[in-house]
Ligand binder design. Structure first.
Ligand code: NAD
Length: 257
């Protein structure tokens, strides 16, 4: 069920949080995984690499800055040189930086949009030719509830980027569907990861715990909850699902006024 046997998956932001959980999940489903890691953030990608290897799959770590086109092009080239094809590309890397809108200058805007929105496009663009030549593939991106589904104060740049992913996914899905390529996003709710545990830029541990007490499923979201949904979307079983942004939020959007 949802087998990913010998699929080649490239994941950005793979050293932590949702990306790391998805890399582990894909490996257990049979995929070899190219782990794009950004070392300035200090996450331990070797643990993820070891877990993929322990699942009997190949792991390859590629240092990548999704804010830089040559870096993302080099990631795709390295994956193709090693494995010969890319079946699944998950553009998951992002930053969230709290910035009141009255202080939101070009530099902050461009940094966040450059990583969170253009970074997604850089990965998609880099892998599209190989997917076209192979006759298909899965393009996936991590959006958010913030932007597509709700407001997040002092995060106008982040919200704009995440809403932009929804539009990108729709239009690209229509364009590359005839090539056998599907394009989908997931909009996670509040998930316990380094991003949300950052109390300066996000909710912090207390805010996450409060969400867990109040949202319909009465627990905090885990990276594995998002990985499970990505597993389906990455599989052959999802070949009729495209252009979609899947809300995975424990029902939080049902009750947020
Ligand atoms: P995280 O901070 O652990 O993951 C973000 C990853 O992106 C990190 O591994 C980081 O090193 C990487 N990254 C940052 N800048 C980069 C760059 N320039 N180049 C390459 N990689 C870079 O947090 P997470 O929650 O696992 O985030 C994963 C995705 O989920 C992000 O797109 C985030 O916006 C999204 N998201 C998270 C939540 C949540 O509640 N945690 C909710 C909605 C959306």
């Amino acid at each position: 069920m949802f087998a990913l046997t010998d699929k080649i998956a490239v994941i950005t932001g793979a050293a932590s949080g949702i990306g790391a959980a998805t890399a582990r999940r894909f490996a257990h489903a049979g995929a070899h995984v190219v782990l794009a890691a950004y070392s300035p953030d200090g996450h331990d990608v070797d643990r993820v690499r070891a877990d993929v290897a322990a699942a009997g799959r190949q792991a390859m770590v590629v240092e990548t800055d999704v804010g830089q086109t040559p870096s993302v092009d080099a990631l795709a080239a390295a994956a193709l040189a090693r494995f010969g094809r890319i079946d699944i590309a998950l553009a998951n890397a992002a930053i969230a930086r709290r910035k009141p809108s009255l202080e939101l200058d070009d530099r902050s805007w461009e940094q966040t949009l450059g990583i969170d929105l253009q970074g997604v496009w850089r990965l998609f663009r880099a892998v599209l030719p190989a997917m076209r030549d192979a006759g298909g593939g899965r393009l996936l991106a991590t959006a958010s509830t913030a932007g597509p589904f709700e407001a997040w104060e002092a995060h106008v740049h982040y919200s704009a980027a995440k809403a932009g992913i929804v539009g990108m996914v729709r239009s690209l899905a229509a364009e590359v569907g005839p090539l056998g390529i599907t394009v989908n996003a997931i909009a996670p709710g509040i998930i316990e990861t380094p991003q949300t545990l950052d109390s300066v830029n996000s909710l912090g541990a207390g805010g996450i715990a409060e969400t867990g007490r109040t949202q319909p499923v009465r627990r905090i979201g885990k990276p594995e909850d998002i990985a499970a949904a990505y597993h389906f979307l990455a599989s052959d079983d999802a070949s009729f699902v495209t252009g979609h942004t899947l809300l995975v939020d424990g029902g939080r959007m049902l009750i947020r006024g």
